[in-house]
Ligand binder design. Sequence first.
Ligand SMILES: Nc1ncnc2c1ncn2[C@@H]1O[C@H](COP(=O)(O)OP(=O)(O)O)[C@@H](O)[C@H]1O
Ligand SMILES: [Mg+2]
Length: 500
Amino acid sequence: MGAPYINNDYRDASDTSQIAIPANPLDRVIGQDEAVRMAQIAAKQRRHLLLVGPPGVGKSMIAQAMSFYLPRPKQEIRVVHNPQYPERPFIEIKNSDQIKVEKEEQNLVEGETIDPRDAPLNVAERLNYRCPRCGYYSLPTEMVCPNCSSPKTQPTTQQGPFGDVFNVIGAAFGVQNSTDKVTSTRRVGEREEVIVYEKYGDKIRVLDEKTLERRRKMEKKSPSKVIIPIDRNPFVLATGASETELLGDVRHDPYGGHPQLGTLPYERVIAGAVHEAHEGVLFIDEITHLGNLQRFILTAMQERSFPITGRNPQSAGASVRVDKVPAEFILVAACNIQDLQYILSPLRSRIVGSGYEMLMEVAMPDTPENRLKYLQFITQEIISDRKIPHMELAGAELIIEEGLRRAREIDHKERALTLRLRELGGLIRASGDIAVASERHLIEKNDVVEALKMYLPVEEKIKKYYGNLGAAMSSENTLSQSGENYYMNYHNYREDRSYD
Ligand SMILES: Nc1ncnc2c1ncn2[C@@H]1O[C@H](COP(=O)(O)OP(=O)(O)O)[C@@H](O)[C@H]1O
Ligand SMILES: [Mg+2]
């Protein structure tokens, strides 16, 4: 055992910097070939997936990689104000082509922008770009001219040719004059045309009659809010989510949606994870921890939609409901073997009926190919950590030996390499930290030896230092008898880090 036959396949490699890692995220999952194949099929055919197995064997990795195989989302989801019944906003689904057309229309009502120096002097002064005293141009947000230090605000008598007459015209076009806008006219051939100048950062926006007309039409449409944008991550992690995070909510409005004071109900609607995962993957790790919420997931899967409603009965949001909010996700659920019995049985049969269940591997045979996979894994861990240097192959061999040992100790598998890899990743990082502390540019064999010592779980250290003290407690946790707990209860911080 521990025969360094990885060198045979990497004759020229002396450390992990010479080892290539695959670009495809599913190929980075080692030793779970069957689960990976299932995941590929599930993504392609839009099937659900239940991954069963102990922590740290790649369940989350597979779920996340699945979204790589999914096409980009094609729909944007909006809630639209319902003028007849504001507490029942409508749902509107737009595809990418429709969004594009809308954007083009939007551009049409934006008008062109000009430099304030190209605007009529009076306009530039009324909009506070030009100092009426010295003629210096500055941003309208500056109240005092940076050049002559006099206040830029205009005395009302100095309105020049732009008198109130034009404000009347402006009003006819639905434009109110303020310090943000000036309404004027210009000659177009035979006739006078209304033209509006608007503040626009360091530019002035010019709106002619046609543009104003288009803008008025657009404003007549019912207001709406995008709750699920088209540019979104098709992978949604809902682990440990609360009811509102999972299913959406309608925020409270202290003014009870009062037409003048309050916020309209549609504006207070918030999507949940089941909606955010529309067209994508909804990943729920430790699904049984959801308890009763599991039945809502089931409903969403059956209906392919889920209503959004205020979930706090004391809140003004409780009277608001949006029906049929799309929620067509692929469910990827994970749980460990002991918890399998707590999965809501109709939910489990739903997954089996339109998807796959998969038992994850805990170890893989010790073969030259699989040692290479281990090498790939070590390299991946080093690269994704970004804080540690590459590892000499002699060090990697020690990691492999540790992998053999753990397969034997934890899962009683001989001549096998453990696939409880999260823990092994911790060992790699610890070795790297030791190398960094000694300012080495490579992780050497001795760093791994050190890390193996340092990496003893606290229970082991207690025994080492205190002899028999607590022996009764720790006897179940000795290395030779180690149950699952021995390796499971530390270093699981890694999981949360993978998704931020
Ligand atoms: N099969 C595997 N192949 C490569 N790396 C793995 C594998 N399993 C776990 N890892 C490493 O451990 C980390 C945690 O794995 P994760 O997918 O969260 O496990 P699980 O979801 O089964 O608890 C991963 O980010 C990866 O670095
Ligand atoms: Mg996980």
